[in-house]
Design a protein around this ligand. Structure first.
Ligand code: PLP
Ligand code: COI
Length: 375
């Protein structure tokens, strides 16, 4: 514990044990009564924040990364002129830890997340987190909170959120000299409440998520800020998410909200290629799995009109896994595109989903060496 603290009960929730941080002047929760663990309904977890016991942190100062620190505080103490607050020096990752039938906890292609975070850091001039430090901290955050890794068989996982922020002070527009890298975790269910049931999405033309030569290809907070208005409006209009088009010509599909898009026709897996898309590790894996299953794979520009010919469509990502898309509505023209049988995921999407999850949960062979163990 870094600061002086005292156990105090503010009378908020009997399931938590509260402590008061005398130095920072706020309450935090150090332990959760075991009763709350027994009350977790693993099969009904939403995708959202869930407090666990520990997070891990590492500071970059004087040109180097320091020691890994373990914290039980949910708060960070940063200067009001930190660059993450003003100039968007912030990048994050999204990964999951999966518990197999054997009880062991697995990570999926963590190296790809580590490398993508380095590309994000390069893209907005932040200090790179070395791959080994990234791996060590992810493993530590998972093992310290191992009791929150959902048991096998519920389709749930422990979501891992690595976060890199500029903590150094700047008022002029300059990159910071100091950074904080931290990892927190929490158990989650699927991103879309429909789970593996088809969702409806909306094509928008009056908002762009990212500029053609901007930051769409890296995982920085500004891209998500830029997507909020369109996606909240889509939700209010009854859609699960937004399909963003590339910003220059508005002819081709970019992304499906916080996930990549794919379509399937004639045994071919087709997914957009664009400089403003986040290269999804799930999508990269699905392309390989599709090829292994004997499908053809095409990564190329996907014009909106092509939707008419797709037999299946889906959104894919760590949080979304595969979310089959049943219908896409173009908000401007009102044109509707439907895929497969109403209310049912298509045959290829189902096969791809089962294979991907099978590998992630250790139920299927892992021919490409994607899975590693936390212990
Ligand atoms: N696209 C966006 C904009 C995302 O936020 C994510 C999630 O990380 C993805 C795609 C999917 O990427 P991945 O499969 O690596 O999680
Ligand atoms: C993910 O798929 O892991 C994401 O990061 C999506 C999101 C919740 C931003």
């Amino acid at each position: 514990m870094l600061w002086p603290f005292a156990e105090k009960d503010p009378g908020i929730c009997p399931d938590y044990k509260y402590y008061y941080n005398l130095a920072a002047g706020h309450f935090f929760i150090l332990t959760i009564n075991s009763a709350i663990m027994q009350n977790i309904d693993w099969g009904k977890l939403p995708f959202g924040y869930f407090q666990t016991d520990y997070n891990v942190r590492c500071y970059y100062r004087n040109g180097q990364w320091g020691e890994i620190e373990v914290s039980s505080s949910t708060h960070i103490n940063i200067h009001m002129a930190a660059t993450c607050l003003h100039y968007g020096q912030e990048a994050f990752e999204g990964m999951k830890a999966y518990r197999g039938k054997d009880g062991r906890v697995r990570l999926f292609r963590w190296q790809e997340n580590a490398r993508r975070m380095q590309r994000s850091a390069d893209g907005i001039l932040m200090a790179r987190v070395p791959e080994e430090l990234f791996h060590k901290m992810v493993k530590k955050a998972v093992s310290l909170n191992e009791k929150y890794v959902p048991p096998h068989g519920y389709g749930a996982a422990l979501y891992i959120r690595p976060l890199l922020i500029g903590t150094g002070i700047q008022v002029g527009v300059n990159p910071a000299k100091e950074y904080l890298f931290m990892v927190f975790v929490g158990p989650v269910g699927p991103y879309f409440k429909e789970g593996f049931n088809p969702v409806t999405m909306q094509i928008v033309r009056d908002f762009d998520r990212a500029a053609p030569l901007g930051t769409g290809h890296i995982k920085v907070g500004g891209n998500y800020a830029g997507s909020l208005r369109a996606s909240e409006r889509a939700k209010a209009e009854g859609y699960a998410s937004v399909i963003f088009l590339e910003a220059k010509e508005k002819k081709y599909i970019d992304e499906a909200g916080p996930a990549n898009f794919y379509g399937i026709k004639d045994n071919t897996y087709i997914t957009p290629k664009s400089d403003s898309i986040l290269p999804s590790i799930t999508n990269m894996s699905l392309m390989q799995i599709a090829e292994d299953m004997g499908m053809k794979v095409e990564r190329r520009e996907v014009a909106v009109e092509e939707l008419e010919n797709f037999e299946e469509a889906g959104a894919c990502g760590t949080a979304a896994i595969i979310s089959p898309i049943g219908k896409i509505v173009d908000r401007e023209s009102g044109k509707e595109y439907t895929f497969g049988k109403k209310g049912q995921a298509g045959a290829w999407s189902t096969k791809l989903y089962n294979k991907l999850q099978g590998i992630q949960y250790g139920e299927e062979p892992d021919p490409h060496g994607w899975v590693s163990f936390v212990d």
